[in-house]
Design a protein around this ligand. Structure first.
Ligand code: TMP
Length: 393
């Protein structure tokens, strides 16, 4: 049974940045409600948006834009090369090749439905299929050779039909092959009151317990888990076919499940608590921003993330409160954030004399950003975050 626990109101499509001449046009909105399937414990958004509307030839997110992500992919590639013998590797959701590029072109294949991104790796001569992942594609790609490793980061949580996904993965994976999945962790999301993990593209936020329940249906099993700090707290799951004798199940799996159970991930009450914390977070953030504005300080935003879209629209924050956002992504610059219609400007090093407060939209890159803006902070410039509760840092 699916039980709703949070309503984040009407939201636009998170990555649909607006051109100036479209500002007056009515945007497509959808009701962002979140619930849990009490049988599998899978947390998902209730209403979904057709994938073609989100993942097309204009997808504005590049993994390579962040040093943190590039390092995370590099480190994993080294680990795979050292620990897991493989003939060939397949990546589902290869984006602009931030992971792919760590491997020899002969050993890796990418699948990326956003055509503006798929062309980037194609140009670099990496075999890239500009398609959505499904059984037909899996058969086509692995007709001659099955993949020894399938990797997918921040992609499966974006795909509605998990049955098709896992069926296709089973078609493509060799008998003793390994599936490595990486997605935001529900436990971290609940602990950090990171309600902005929910937006149109994030159909699911997985817990280990829910993922294990789903994988069981496909005779797949998690044998190791790593906790990552990327994307606001993620888990990297190492998965094998249940019947494969290779790769013994490690203690990390039991440990993670215990952590989740201790937090009450299997109890509906935990989700109602989360709802209350989210409501409080909204009130507190609005109060904080208003107090700053009342003192005649100006506020800008840093990192026009998809997550920010949820926060801005849920809290009804617009350009009367945040003057504009800085972002490094070319495709977002000189456009407006959906819903809130706040302008996104090309990133410039923060200048304490121009603005005293900066709302940290890209809170998931806090350490990278704080390092970069050391001088702004040292001069007295302040960041505002809503994670794990609204405060000035
Ligand atoms: P994400 O949270 O969906 O990964 O998006 C991160 C956004 O933040 C992306 O648009 C790039 C932006 N960003 C900056 O503008 N400056 C930075 O230093 C970092 C790390 C990210």
């Amino acid at each position: 049974m699916y039980k709703k626990f949070l309503n984040l109101g009407l939201q636009p499509l998170a990555n649909s940045y607006l051109q100036k001449n479209n500002l007056k046009k009515k945007e497509k909105n959808f009701k962002l409600e979140i619930g849990i399937d009490m049988q599998t414990l899978l947390v998902s958004i209730k209403n979904t948006v057709p994938k073609q509307k989100m993942f097309n030839d204009k997808y504005p997110y590049n993994s390579s834009a962040s040093k943190t992500m590039k390092k995370s992919f590099f480190d994993l590639a080294q680990k795979i090369k050292k620990n897991y013998k493989h003939n060939y590797l397949l990546e589902i959701g290869s984006n602009d090749g931030a992971f792919l590029k760590n491997f020899n072109k002969k050993n890796i294949v990418g699948v990326e439905p956003c055509k503006n991104l798929a062309v980037i790796t194609k140009k670099l001569k990496y075999k890239t299929y500009p398609n959505y992942w499904n059984c037909n594609l899996a058969r086509k790609i692995t007709k001659l050779n099955k993949a020894d490793i399938i990797y997918s980061a921040n992609t499966l949580s974006h795909i509605k039909n998990l049955n098709e996904i896992f069926k296709a993965i089973k078609l493509a994976l060799s008998d003793d092959g390994i599936l490595i999945l990486e997605d935001p962790s529900l436990l971290e999301c609940l602990k950090k009151v990171a309600y902005d993990q929910f937006y149109c593209e994030h159909i699911y936020v997985f817990s280990t317990i829910a993922l294990r329940n789903i994988l069981k249906k496909f005779s797949l099993e998690i044998f190791h888990i790593e906790n990552l700090s990327t994307h606001g707290g993620s888990n990297r799951y190492y998965i094998k076919r249940s019947q494969s004798k290779k790769n013994k199940v490690k203690s990390s799996v039991k440990k993670e499940i215990l952590k989740e159970l201790n937090f009450g991930i299997n109890k509906f009450r935990t989700y109602k608590d989360f709802e209350n914390k989210v409501k409080k977070s909204k009130k507190k953030l609005l109060n904080l921003l208003k107090q700053i504005k009342n003192k005649n300080f100006n506020i800008i935003g840093y990192g026009a993330t998809a997550k920010s879209c949820t926060v801005l629209n849920y809290c009804k924050i617009d350009s009367k409160i945040i003057d504009y956002f800085y972002d490094t992504t070319k495709d977002k610059i000189n456009k407006y954030l959906p819903g809130s219609k706040i302008l996104v400007k090309k990133y410039q090093k923060l200048n304490y004399k121009k603005y005293n407060y900066v709302f940290l939209g890209a809170w998931n890159f806090k350490s990278e950003i704080f390092k970069k803006e050391k001088s702004y902070i040292n001069k007295g410039g302040r960041f505002i975050t809503h994670i794990p509760y609204p405060k000035i840092i």
